[in-house]
Design a protein around this ligand. Structure first.
Ligand code: NAD
Length: 520
């Protein structure tokens, strides 16, 4: 495989200059593939100041003019898909298919989606007043860009979960400073190059390379922070943003459950569990991280999952169709996966398949299936973020729902049953921001649907109307065209005016509407 081209990228245009650098590694080979500037607070401040200047002109452009840049960028992504996928593969260690599906195609789709929908979601909203004091006024809710949005991203989807969030921010008229993960910064630099070729004006999107401190500095400077990453860092960001009352939107970790009921299509359920448990090496915030199976189909489900997992090929990702499961991107993750498996085995779990790091060179963990698990084990309660599938037998639907909801997270969830009404009823009982029936994770591709976590999986959503409105300040505008010289509540206070206002309030608010009488 060719080496990544960003090795030679001139990052000085981004504000990086002399000073500290950090190394970027290919986790599938262990080779160092680049060194980039570890930007300090002054450099971040300078980047945000440049973005702030560029934002004014960008915000003054029409939605169509901004959309034209996004469509050109979409074309660029597809024309350059090989180069983009290779860059993601080299710094992340994922397969070509995982890189193409999420980082290239999902991002290309998002570019078109927001280009098309932004004007609709952010159009002025005319509302009618219910209040006697504002009757007849023109009332408008409008969305105006916040200014400079800081987008801080993780390493598991270097483009989709970093630039992917910048797209609606840009379409809303903001400038963006992206702080990609220090583990996978090269694809963001490539995206920035693509955006320049697509005609994005200089300074509207800048990349701050660096470690956690660079991200913390961005929290201090930006007008809003869109963060995707671990729950631990999300809490730190929220605390820091509180100092400046900077709004945050947080997409955090998960421990997503899958429920398989006795009337499920077990073949489809097993295929889904293996795919969405192992895809991207199990390093998806909404990976299937734990499975609850009703007793009558438990044995069948487990044997199908083992058989399908055994067939997976793992190794250094090369061309199309070379392997199914790639590397463990981030070195400390191996210890977490091993710890969870060790803890489970010590408490009585059985490793049906895998269970160990795989042979190098590079950093791999064998696709692993565990049975005999319960909620005393970390593997059922803490985010593992690796190619692991722990499967637990449950008595009935109620027990499945009970365990699915026994978590501090709440990102995605799924239930498999041929009875779709029952499936939807159970989905609504699951304590998660998202729920699928006879499917998993594909809801993410339905960009019209808000996607976000509850509890410790996050605050706010990406996608849907709220996924772009959050990048705006809401301004309420009231316009009075015809009015008397003085309104009744104004000075001077007189007994007559007071009596009228009092009577009006009794008339309006002094009774319970008929259809609510005697209810509740
Ligand atoms: P992480 O929290 O370690 O790092 C994420 C980003 O935050 C990196 O760019 C990092 O440099 C930066 N950062 C670290 N400390 C910071 C600080 N104090 N202030 C500001 N920025 C700081 O997460 P990770 O290990 O890169 O990513 C994996 C995690 O991301 C998993 O928990 C996964 O579930 C989660 N994730 C969530 C979603 C979602 O949509 N909910 C999507 C992808 C990943």
């Amino acid at each position: 495989m060719a080496t990544v081209e960003q090795k030679t990228v001139d990052t000085s245009r981004n504000g990086g200059g002399d000073g500290r650098t950090f190394a970027v590694e290919n986790p599938a080979t262990g080779e160092t593939i680049s060194h980039l500037p570890d930007m300090d607070a002054d450099q971040v401040r300078e980047l945000v100041a440049r973005a702030r200047v560029a934002q004014k002109d960008w915000a003054a452009r029409s939605f169509d003019d901004r959309a034209a840049v996004m469509y050109r960028m979409r074309k660029w992504m597809i024309d350059n898909r090989d180069r983009v996928a290779r860059t993601v593969m080299e710094e992340n260690g994922k397969t070509r298919e995982d890189a193409l599906l999420a980082d290239v195609f999902i991002t290309a789709d998002a570019l078109g989606f927001w280009a098309k929908k932004a004007a609709h979601y952010l159009a002025d909203e005319r509302v009618r007043s219910h209040s006697m004091f504002t009757l007849g006024r023109k009332l408008v809710v409008r969305y105006r860009p916040r200014g400079v949005v800081g987008v801080i991203g993780p390493w598991n989807y270097p483009i989709a979960n970093c630039f992917g969030d910048a797209i609606p921010a840009l379409m809303a008229g903001n400038a963006v400073v992206m702080k990609p993960s220090e583990v996978t910064p090269l694809s963001s630099l490539l995206v920035e190059e693509g955006l320049r070729e697509a005609g994005l004006p200089g300074g509207v999107l800048l990349v701050a390379t660096g470690t956690g401190e660079t991200g913390a500095a961005l929290v201090d400077e930006a007008d809003m922070i869109m963060f995707t990453g671990s729950t631990r860092t999300g809490k730190k960001i929220m605390a820091r943003a509180a100092e400046t009352l900077t709004p945050v939107s947080l997409e955090l970790g998960g421990k997503d459950p899958m429920i398989v009921l006795r009337d499920a299509d077990v073949e489809r359920a097993a295929n889904t569990a293996v795919y969405w448990g192992m895809a991207n090496g199990g390093q998806i915030c909404q990976s299937i991280e734990r499975v609850y199976v009703e007793e009558p189909v438990y044995d069948e489900f487990v044997s199908k999952v083992i058989e399908k997992t055994r067939a997976l090929r793992q190794g250094r990702p090369e061309g199309a169709g070379s392997v199914e499961v790639g590397a463990v991107t981030f070195a400390p993750q191996v210890e977490i996966i091993e710890r969870h498996i060790r803890d489970a085995v010590e408490k009585g779990a059985r490793v049906e398949l895998g269970g160990k790091p795989a042979d190098g060179p590079g950093r791999f963990f064998q696709p692993t299936v565990l049975t005999g698990v319960d909620h005393s084990m970390e593997i059922m309660t803490e985010e593992t973020f690796g190619p692991t599938l722990p499967i637990m037998k449950v008595r009935d639907e109620d027990e499945a729902v009970h365990y699915a909801n026994d978590t501090r997270y709440g990102l995605n969830s799924s239930v498999f049953t041929r009875d779709v009404e029952k499936g939807e009823r159970i989905a609504r009982e699951l304590s998660a921001g998202n729920a699928c029936v006879n499917d998993a994770l594909v809801n993410y591709g339905a960009t019209e649907l808000p996607f976000g976590g509850t509890h410790e999986s996050g605050i706010g959503v990406r996608h849907g109307a709220q996924g772009i409105q959050k990048y705006c300040e809401v301004q309420s505008v009231l316009v009075t065209r015809f009015a008397p010289k003085s309104d009744i509540y104004m000075y001077p206070y007189t007994p007559t005016k007071s009596r009228i206002v009092e009577r009006l309030s009794v008339l309006l608010y002094g009774r319970v509407p008929r259809r609510f009488r005697g209810r509740g």
